[in-house]
Ligand binder design. Structure first.
Ligand code: MN
Length: 219
């Protein structure tokens, strides 16, 4: 079995003006595809290939040392972009006004209110030096947290990259390839525009799934 690219739920130009069509095309067809191809080639025929990518990234020590760095970088790249695309949708769709119900309550309780959450998230994403990602994560103690990782590392990698165990429920790519064509060096403008295409319905689903698997583990 080989991992495959997820089908995009929107056209390349559907996220404009927040994300331009050319950036979407190159990002998905070249960058995401590139991580995927290198991941499949690094995994070769080793048995972990039957596992979901989340499980592989959560236990990188099980990967043979010879390909561990490649799986970390390219498996992270593959998974991170899958999550990113799934949390975006055209501005005209529903659910762009912000979180509701349980997720809204969790955001308020962890960050005071939605505006404070956005401010903290943007500051973290802006503060990530060089290439990386900003994340909204569900922690094992039930709280939400914002953090960032370098390169294609994912919070799923946990102690392997010196983070506490947490499930990312939303992430924003801050590699220059994610915004440079349209925004050049203006990362802050890109981050500000992203909110208009965030699919809060999808993030709420991820939140519920993370809560459910936490309560299963604690049983
Ligand atoms: Mn990217």
């Amino acid at each position: 079995m080989k991992f495959t690219l997820p089908k995009l739920e929107f056209a390349y130009d559907a996220l404009e003006p927040a994300i331009d069509a050319k950036t979407m095309e190159v990002h998905y067809e070249k960058h995401h595809q590139g991580y995927l191809d290198k991941l499949n080639s690094a995994l070769g025929d080793i048995e972990t290939k039957e596992k979901p990518i989340e499980e592989i990234l959560s236990d990188l020590n099980k990967i043979p040392e010879a390909v561990r760095t490649s799986v970390r970088n390219n498996g992270g790249g593959f998974y991170n972009h899958c999550l990113f695309w799934s949390c975006l949708s055209p501005e005209s769709d529903r659910n762009h006004n912000g979180p509701v119900k349980d997720l809204a309550a969790a955001i308020d309780s962890s960050f005071t209110n939605f505006n404070e959450f956005k401010k903290n998230f943007e500051a973290t994403a802006l503060g990530q030096f060089g290439s990386g990602w900003a994340w909204l994560c569900f922690r094992d103690d039930g709280a939400l947290e914002i953090n960032s990782t370098a390169n294609q590392d994912s919070p799923l990698m946990g102690s392997f990259i010196g983070l506490a165990e947490a499930t990312p429920i939303f992430g924003v790519d801050v590699w220059e390839h994610a915004y440079y064509l349209h925004y050049q060096n203006r990362r802050a403008e890109y981050l500000n525009a992203i909110w208009s295409v965030v699919n809060w319905g999808k993030i709420a689903e991820n939140f519920q799934r993370a809560q459910a698997s936490q309560s299963l583990r604690k049983r």
